[in-house]
Every structure is written in structure tokens, then in C-alpha cells.
Write a protein that binds this ligand. Structure first.
Ligand code: ATP
Ligand code: MG
Length: 629
């Protein structure tokens, strides 16, 4: 099939296209209208239809593959490996659902899930979906203040949590953080359900905290039928990563999301029932919601839930799992691949990964050297895909389930079906031509699966996303991009990351890409720093594959000159960074995104702002020392 004509049809005949895609999931009652767009920019998909995410993820597969693998739990932190079939998952989810009901959770109530990557977290998500409760998963690495703001915003009746997680072999206690967050929050959840992994001792709060194991025993034989929900009821709230500021509570529906995921499993990921999907993200992020939990299961696939890092016990662990479970679809992030780049490359050829149809990468720009390196190392196709928490599934990539359109290194690809993507001039709102930089925007209605609104704040939804481009109500991604003659998009960084050097507007991404092409560099970040003469100058921070390359001041100076030379040759002197600093770590969010805004603030001697989502505060502190020399 010709992809471009499929895409055209999805925009010109939305009802026809999505009406057909909707058949990929099971409906309890059919919808009466594919799309209600009577109140732009709010889109309501599959109006009147009733369905259920948990039914489509589990119950639906019981007649044909009850005894097939559904959930594979692997922890290299606690050395556990457990496999649940669809039938077993069905039982566990019903037990969890019965516990929630017993704790007073009703349809529409929020349940906040603050958990490590353990099966119970997945049971909790699916149990909420089953009974029509709204889950809000908060990444287990967040500390009290971030957690408190989310508890306050989502106002959950119940929190499901655990005594602790483990990272790189170190136990991270969760309970003290949770207790502190509840103390800080104006909203107090009535109940807390605690999974005790026996990692970190804790004191239950009498009358509030319940023990999961004890309650599970009481509800061991529970049968909880699914609650059929109207397609537009809320399934979950998920806060954005907070790379650029206060996280926004992205609200998602039921039917549209199920259809979008089922459709993407077929057209984009090419996964089939009975196969195994391995996504290395975390359930606290959108990638985890869509492609650890719901997408694979809705597609009848087994999913691997992995607690651990890519380098423990050794840098071969991810590929060992691919081999062991004959993974056909794998999803990871450039940041994980860059971690591997710093390790012995022989780990990548030790295992048989021929089962993989492709490795999908998303979350940050995929630079050319990293892309080539991983493609060569594992010998499997690499597919970049670009999207946001807001959209729930890819905006730009290649849909090889429809047509084997070529991939281009450095480009996530083409607009996905359903997305009317445009490049609009940020001041005039006019569409720009090929090879001109502009804001990546989407003409609404947004396709199924995308956010319905910001939780509890329709006004903020419209003003945040649909009011930034003059003259027209379009959705702004707040990313800067460019399209070539063949229609392939390239993401150049976030709109607030653009550098203006003596009147030249440069995407930080372009300079980063250029610097990364130097053989010694593992990864880098470029920010614009205020400069009296030029307006702004680019300042680069680079992490070396081997820190020994810049051990002495002489080496650093020589390498800095060499890196500048690369930028000069590739982009011109105008893009040359004023400084290239060598650091051990880049400050990143917990989801692996570089905190360019905070780096910029540090360079300009300003307050780095809200750092609640930072992975390692030490990285920013070290960077500050480096800048001050
Ligand atoms: P916040 O919106 O709170 O600042 P965030 O934007 O980091 O946080 P996410 O929704 O997790 O939260 O990230 C989406 C963003 O990640 C995109 O807008 C884009 O900037 C970046 N991104 C994701 N995938 C890619 C990709 N394949 N190539 C380039 N950039 C990407
Ligand atoms: Mg964002």
C-alpha cells in the first residue's frame, strides 16, 4: 500500500479511516459517531461506544491464548524472573480490582500509583482500567515535592505503593517519600495499599495503610467483571516529564486510546499476537503506559517489564533478554543507547538478536553517530519515532506495516496517519516550504489516543497548546523542525532552545549533532548563553566516551579546538560554540531528557528553576563548577 495515500485519506476522511481502525479492538456497544468535533479544539472519538482497556488487554485474549505469556517480569536488581500468562494476569488483576473496590474506589475515582517496576504496578493500572477508576502513575524515582504536587492535582482516593525500589543495586525506600508527600499535600488520600517487597522496613499508618499480600489472600478468588465505559470517559492522567517547566496533567480517554494503540501495533510496530515486546522505559512515563502495558497487551503480545539498568550485571543484559524471549519488537531511548556506547562494544554482538524486527527509539533527538553505531552493532533496523506525553503514540516515524518507506538517518520520518502536521512560522503563523525551519504544529482535531484536555483545566489546555501560533488555532508541539523535499521531518530542538547568534537562528540540536560526530564524544548538550556582543552564543557540554581523553588541561584545550573545528566545517563559524566544556554527566530529567533550560540558567548565573524532575542534582552542581572554572 502507498503510505502517503493512506495518510491523506486519514486526514480527508477521518470518519472513514478511524471507523475502520476501530474494528481492531472489541466494543461492548458500537459507537454512534466516529468523531464529534463540535467544540474545537476538543475532539471526542467514537462517541457512544462502550469498551474497556483491561478487557482489550486481557479478557479478549483468553479464548485464544489464555496460557500464552502475557507479562514477563525481570529484575536484575532483586534477581527475580516471573512469567504470567494471560489467564494468570487476568486473575491477578481481578484480585487487585477487588481490593480497590473494597478500599472504596469507585468509577471515576483517581488512584495514584507510585511504584517501582514490579508486576503489581501493572496489575494496579489494569485493575483501575477494569473498574473505571482513573490511574495516575507517578514515576517511582520522584521525591516528595514532585509527588505531593501530583497528589494534590489528581486528588486520589487511593495510593498504591511499595516499600521500595532498587537502582543499580541500591535500595531506594519509597514509603518515607510517600508519607512526606502526603504530609505536604493539601489533599489526603483516604487509603494506601502497600506492596511489601521486604527491601526497606517501614511503619504502616494505622487506619490508612493496607498490606497488599494480606488483602490479596482475602480476595484470592475474586471475579470482577469489567465496567464498560463510554469511549470518552477518562482512563488516566499522566504528568509530562517537566523538562520545560511545571508538569501538565495530560488526560486520556478510553476508546480513542485503545484504537490508536491497536492501530500502531499493527502499522508502526508490526507486532503480532503471540510475539514478545520489550520496552525499556518505565511505567511512570508515557512510553511505558503505551508500550510496556497497554499497547503490547491490546495487540495480544507478551510484554517484558524490566527492573534494572542497561549495564547491570553487564552491558549485554538487554540483548540477553531479547535472545531469551525471542523479542520481536524492542523500544528504548537514545539515552540508554548512549550509555551502552561508553561500554565494551563486544557485549552487543554476544547474543542472537535476529528475532528483532526493529529497535524503536524515542524521547530525545537521535543523533546520527548514535543511530549508526547501534544499527551496526546489533545489525537490526533502527526506527526513530517522535512524539509526546500529550499524543500517546508517535506523531512522526515510518509505518512499515503499511509500506516500507525508506528511513533517513537523523529524521524520525513522516507524519503518522491521523496527524495533520504542518511547519508554521512562529511569528506569522504562515506555512513554510521545504528546508525552512519552523514550529512543528498539528492542525486539529488531534487523532484518537491524544490528550483530551489538561486534567481539571480545559482553559489551560486551550491556552497552552492552541494559542501560541498567531492567526490560527493549531496545536503546537513546541518543537522546532524542518522538512526536506521528500516530506521527511527533522526535529531541531525545543522552540525555547533556539539560539540567536548575531541574528542567526540556530537549533541547539543542529550543533549537538555536529559535535556528536566527533569520534571522542559520547553525548553532548548545547545551550544559548546571553552575550553582550552577539545576543547569544552557543556553549557546549560534552561527555567523552573515555574521560582519559581530556585528563590534562592541554588535552582539554586540544580537544575543545578539534570539536570547534568540526562545527566550523559542518555548520560554519557562526554555529561554533564559544566554549566546549567536558563533563562526566549531563543534567537530565528522570526520563533521560537533557535539562537545557537549567544548564542555560547556570551558565547565565541565574536560578536553575524547578529541579524536582532532575535525575542527579550532582550533575548540575558539577557543571556549575566547570563553568566557573
Ligand atoms: P514538559 O512538556 O513538561 O517540558 P517533556 O516535553 O520533556 O516535558 P515528554 O512529553 O516526555 O515531556 O517529551 C516529549 C518531547 O521529547 C518532545 O516534544 C520532543 O522535544 C522530545 N522528543 C521525543 N521524541 C523525540 C525524537 N524522536 N526526536 C527528537 N525529540 C524527541
Ligand atoms: Mg513537552
Amino acid at each position: 500500500m502507498d503510505y502517503r495515500s493512506v495518510h491523506r485519506r486519514s486526514i480527508e476522511d477521518r470518519a472513514g479511516f478511524w471507523g475502520e481502525e476501530a474494528a481492531r479492538i472489541e466494543w461492548q456497544t458500537p459507537f454512534t459517531e466516529v468523531l464529534d468535533y463540535s467544540r474545537p479544539p476538543f475532539a471526542r472519538w467514537f462517541v457512544g461506544g462502550t469498551t474497556n482497556l483491561c478487557h482489550n488487554a486481557i479478557d479478549r485474549w483468553l479464548p485464544t491464548q489464555a496460557d500464552s505469556r502475557a507479562l514477563v517480569f525481570v529484575s536484575t536488581e532483586t534477581n527475580e524472573e516471573r512469567v504470567y500468562t494471560f489467564a494468570e494476569l487476568h486473575r491477578e488483576v481481578q484480585r487487585m480490582a477487588a481490593m480497590m473496590l473494597a478500599l472504596g474506589v469507585a468509577r471515576g475515582d483517581r488512584v495514584l500509583i507510585y511504584m517501582p517496576m514490579i508486576p503489581e504496578a501493572t496489575f494496579a493500572m489494569l485493575a483501575c482500567a477494569r473498574i473505571g477508576a482513573v490511574h495516575s502513575v507517578v514515576f517511582g524515582g520522584f521525591a516528595s515535592v514532585s509527588l505531593a504536587s501530583r497528589i494534590e492535582d489528581a486528588a486520589p482516593k487511593l495510593v498504591v505503593s511499595a516499600d521500595g525500589g532498587s537502582r543499580g543495586g541500591k535500595v531506594v525506600p519509597y514509603k518515607p517519600l510517600l508519607d512526606e508527600a502526603i504530609r505536604l499535600s493539601a489533599h489526603k488520600p483516604a487509603r494506601v495499599l502497600m506492596v511489601d517487597r521486604k527491601l526497606a522496613a517501614f511503619e504502616p499508618v494505622a487506619g490508612r495503610d493496607e498490606d497488599y499480600a494480606a488483602l490479596r489472600a482475602t480476595h484470592f478468588d475474586a471475579q470482577v467483571p469489567v465496567t464498560w465505559l463510554e469511549s470518552n470517559e477518562c482512563s488516566y492522567i499522566l504528568y509530562t516529564s517537566g523538562t520545560t517547566g511545571k508538569p501538565k496533567g495530560v488526560q486520556r480517554d478510553v476508546g480513542g486510546y485503545a484504537v490508536a494503540l491497536a492501530s500502531s501495533m499493527k502499522h508502526i510496530f508490526r507486532g503480532s499476537p503471540g510475539e514478545t515486546y520489550f520496552c525499556t522505559s518505565d511505567i511512570g512515563w508515557v512510553v511505558g503506559h503505551s508500550y510496556i502495558v497497554y499497547g503490547p497487551l491490546i495487540g495480544g503480545m507478551a510484554t517484558i517489564l524490566y527492573e534494572g539498568t542497561p549495564v547491570r550485571p553487564d552491558a549485554g543484559i538487554l540483548w540477553r533478554l531479547v535472545e531469551r524471549y525471542a523479542v520481536t519488537v524492542m523500544f528504548s531511548a537514545p539515552t540508554a543507547i548512549r550509555v551502552l556506547k561508553k561500554q565494551d562494544p563486544s557485549w552487543l554482538s554476544k547474543y542472537d538478536v535476529s528475532s528483532l524486527k526493529a529497535l524503536f527509539l524515542a524521547g530525545e533527538p537521535l543523533d546520527e553517530p548514535t543511530s549508526k553505531w547501534i544499527a551496526e552493532s546489533i545489525g537490526r533496523p533502527i526506527v526513530d519515532n517522535y512524539w509526546q506525553t500529550e499524543t500517546g503514540w508517535p506523531i512522526l516515524t515510518v509505518a512499515h506495516g503499511i509500506e516500507e518507506t525508506p528511513t533517513k538517518i537523523g529524521s524520525p520520518g513522516l507524519p503518522m496517519y491521523g496527524y495533520d502536521v504542518r511547519l508554521l512560522h512562529e511569528q506569522t503563523g504562515e506555512e513554510v516550504g521545504a528546508n525552512e525551519k519552523a514550529v512543528v504544529a498539528i492542525v486539529p482535531p488531534l487523532p484518537p489516543g491524544c490528550m483530551q484536555t489538561i486534567w481539571g483545566d480545559d482553559k489551560r489546555f486551550v491556552s497552552t497548546y492552541f494559542d501560541s501560533i498567531p492567526g490560527r488555532q493549531v496545536y503546537s508541539t513546541f518543537d522546532w523542525g524542518i522538512r526536506d523535499e521528500d516530506g521527511y521531518y527533522f526535529i531541531l530542538g525545543r522552540t525555547d532552545d533556539v539560539i540567536n547568534v548575531a541574528g542567526h537562528r540556530l537549533g541547539t540540536r543542529e550543533i549537538e549533532e555536529s559535535i556528536s560526530s566527533h569520534a571522542a564524544i559520547a553525548e553532548c548538550a548545547v545551550v544559548g548563553v546571553a552575550d553582550a556582543l552577539k545576543g547569544q552564543v552557543a556553549v557546549a557540554f560534552a561527555v567523552l566516551k573515555d574521560p582519559a581523553d581530556a585528563a590534562t588541561p592541554q588535552q582539554r584545550l586540544a580537544l575543545e579546538g578539534a570539536v570547534m573545528g568540526v562545527v566550523d566545517r559542518q555548520l560554519g563559524a557562526v554555529a561554533r560554540p564559544a566554549r566546549v566544556h567536558f563533563v562526566n554527566l549531563l543534567p537530565k530529567t528522570r526520563s533521560g531528557k537533557v535539562l537545557r533550560r537549567s544548564i542555560q540558567a547556570v551558565c547565565e548565573g541565574r536560578d536553575p528553576g524547578d529541579l524536582t524532575t532532575i535525575e542527579d542534582p550532582g550533575a548540575l552542581e558539577a557543571l556549575k563548577q566547570t563553568v566557573r572554572g
